[in-house]
Structures are given as structure tokens and as C-alpha cells.
Design a protein around this ligand. Structure first.
Ligand code: FES
Ligand SMILES: [Fe+2]
Length: 358
């Protein structure tokens, strides 16, 4: 019989972590396609106001979205030749956040522009996505995760959606294997009758765990279109990244899902899909509505969950279906402790087979 565990009552390691945000990590802030040259994008991430743009070389940058002169968001200004001109008095800032011009100064008013600076966040574009580092030590941070074997180009499909609720519930939903036949029930993906027992091997991997490569489940109808025998590996890693890597014959289909906290009660999910099979590219316009519909199912169920969570009920995590959620809590707790204590992170996940019906 499956044991039912109340994580708060039984095992403090599995307890939901402090709802704060993990720092000293890179977060996926937006797909690069949504940051065209010459445009400023304002975004609150981890509760911090950011303005994003592209410098003269096209590389993305992220600054604190507050003008150091009189506090107006820099995103109200405009981007010109890779520099932001503030909307209020025209002070200019480069991609590193350094002030380069104050138009109101006359010639005999010497002013050291270098004294004026906006906080700049480390910012990088990897496989077509813009990542921002939150923390003090970007050099010591874990590297930005990549989808293997799909090259450096951007995703073929990029969808983002706002989710109501805090990051932890979004991540737990992301890795929860048992909601598929109920939330994602549809003629093209799952039917309720398709529910069956599964056993999957899990191993610890950097900052998380991996469902080791296995043949894709036979009830995932969309996979049959791929050709070859699809074999899937699913990686989860902190802060909130899931990478599904499907190999079918000589081709690869990769899905990167990143859940990024905007604030304590608002989260954004980014779903990026990469593939190497040219024929699938021709079908892209047909695929996009399915991807949006799938993400919309997760968004809608989370919105309903918030109605109950508003009453702060105690919650249950059961084995084995909720084991990945327990691992997430352990990983998050350990990462928060390790960074606070300035010691190496020790992965708390042990190799194990998990069994559930979905
Ligand atoms: S408030 Fe930005 S230049 Fe004055
Ligand atoms: Fe889902």
C-alpha cells in the first residue's frame, strides 16, 4: 500500500521550504525573440524591477529599472544605439549601467558621470533564451542548462504564460506525474482510459535529478509521429528547470520548461521546444495551438488550486507519485542552506525507482 505522508508532520527534510526565492542562480527571463533590437522590455522578476534591452552589439543586458536621478522606470525611456535615454531628463546609461551623458550640464559644470550607476545584472543569451543571474557571485554559479544535441540556435516554438501562485506550486505541478490523465485529457494526448502503472528509474544529477532514459510511454500519441523508437530522458534542476530530451532514430526533440518567479504570488512558465527533424518545422504553425492548449491546462488547474490554497490548508505528499515534489523541497532547502553557509551543495537525492499510475 502506498504510504501517505504529511511532510510537515513526518520529515522536516521534505517540508515545504521557505517560500523565498533561491538566489545565486540563473533564471530564464524571456525567450530572446521577445527582445528585439531597439526595444526596452520591463519585467519584474524575483520581485525586482528589471529593464531589458540589447546593446550596440546585439547582446542582451538587464538593469535595475529605476533611474538613479529621480526614480522613474528607465523602461519609460527609449533605447538608442544600445544606450537607454531616461524619459524624464534624458540621462543616458549604457548596457553596463554606467551613466554616459547628463544633458542639463553646461560646459563649466564638471560632473563625474562615473559616479552615477544603475545596478546591472549579469545577463546572457543561450540557445535563444535570455537568462539573468540573481545573486552576488555569478562566477561561482552553476552553468546555464542547455538542451543537448540541438545546436546553439533558438527554439522552434517558444510559449510563455503567466501562472497564478507562488513558484513552489508551479514547480511541483511541473514535475507531478499523476495529473496528466486528468488535467491534460484530450483527444490528441491522453484519455482517462490510458492510465496505467509505470516504473521509472531516477538518479541524482547536477542540482537535481534525472528520470533515466527510457522508451517513451506508449500512450503519448504525439510521440508516435516522430519515427524511430523514441527514448526519453527528463532532467530536473534548480531553480525550476525541466529538460525533456527525446531521441528518435538519429533525430532529437528537446523541451526546456523554465518556471520563473515574478513575485511571491506570480510565476511565469516558459516552454521552449527544439528539434532537428526538418519535416516537423513545416508543421510548426499546426503545433503551436497544441502547446498553448497544454500550458493553458496547467495554468487553469493552478488558478483553481489557488482558491483552496487561499485558506492555507495542510497538504499531503504521497509516495511515489509525489516523491519528485519531496525531492524538489529537499533540493531547495539544501541549496538555500549551502549558499547561506558558503559551502558546496550536497545533492540529497538517492538513486531510486519510482512507481505510480498515470
Ligand atoms: S529621472 Fe531619469 S534623468 Fe531624471
Ligand atoms: Fe501539466
Amino acid at each position: 500500500m502506498t504510504a501517505i505522508a504529511d511532510p510537515r508532520a513526518t520529515d522536516s527534510e521534505d517540508a515545504p521550504p521557505d517560500p523565498g526565492f533561491l538566489r545565486e542562480l540563473w533564471y530564464l527571463v524571456l525567450p530572446g525573440g521577445r527582445l528585439p533590437r531597439g526595444r526596452l522590455v520591463a519585467k519584474t522578476v524575483l520581485g525586482e524591477p528589471l529593464v531589458l534591452g540589447r546593446g550596440a552589439d546585439g547582446a542582451p543586458f538587464a538593469l535595475r529599472d529605476i533611474c538613479p536621478h529621480r526614480g522613474i522606470p528607465l523602461s519609460c525611456g527609449r533605447l538608442e544605439r544600445g544606450e537607454i535615454e531616461c524619459a524624464y531628463h534624458g540621462w543616458r546609461f549604457d548596457a553596463a549601467g554606467c551613466c554616459t551623458a547628463i544633458p542639463s550640464l553646461v560646459e563649466d559644470q564638471p560632473f563625474q558621470l562615473s559616479r552615477v550607476k544603475v545596478a546591472a545584472y549579469p545577463c546572457r543569451e543561450v540557445q535563444g533564451n535570455v537568462w539573468v543571474f540573481f545573486g552576488k557571485d555569478p562566477a561561482g554559479a552553476p552553468e546555464i542548462p542547455r538542451v543537448a544535441d540541438v545546436g546553439e540556435g533558438g527554439p522552434r516554438i517558444a510559449e510563455s504564460m503567466l501562472l497564478q501562485g507562488p513558484i513552489d506550486h508551479a514547480v511541483v505541478g511541473l514535475m507531478d506525474p499523476a495529473h496528466g490523465p486528468f488535467v491534460h485529457r484530450s483527444w490528441w494526448w491522453r484519455s482517462r482510459a490510458s492510465i496505467h502503472a509505470k516504473a521509472k528509474r531516477f538518479e541524482p544529477s547536477p542540482l537535481g535529478f534525472t528520470m533515466v532514459r527510457h522508451r517513451a510511454s506508449s500512450n503519448s500519441r504525439a510521440y508516435r509521429l516522430l519515427g524511430g523508437v523514441p527514448e526519453t530522458e527528463i532532467v530536473f534542476r534548480l531553480p525550476s528547470i525541466r529538460i525533456e530530451h527525446v531521441r528518435a532514430g538519429r533525430h532529437v526533440l528537446g523541451g526546456l520548461t523554465a518556471v520563473t518567479p515574478l513575485g511571491p504570488r506570480e510565476t511565469e512558465i516558459h516552454h521552449l521546444i527544439y528539434w532537428t527533424m526538418p519535416w516537423l518545422t513545416a508543421l510548426r504553425p499546426l503545433l503551436r495551438p497544441f502547446v498553448r492548449s497544454f500550458l493553458g491546462q496547467d495554468r487553469d488547474i493552478m488558478a483553481k488550486q489557488q482558491i483552496g490554497l487561499a485558506h492555507a490548508p495542510p497538504l499531503l505528499l504521497i509516495d511515489d507519485a509525489d516523491r519528485p515534489a519531496k525531492w524538489y523541497y529537499r533540493l531547495k532547502n539544501e541549496y538555500a542552506r549551502a549558499t547561506a553557509e558558503r559551502r558546496p551543495f550536497v545533492n540529497p537525492v538517492k538513486p531510486r525507482e519510482l512507481r505510480w499510475r498515470s
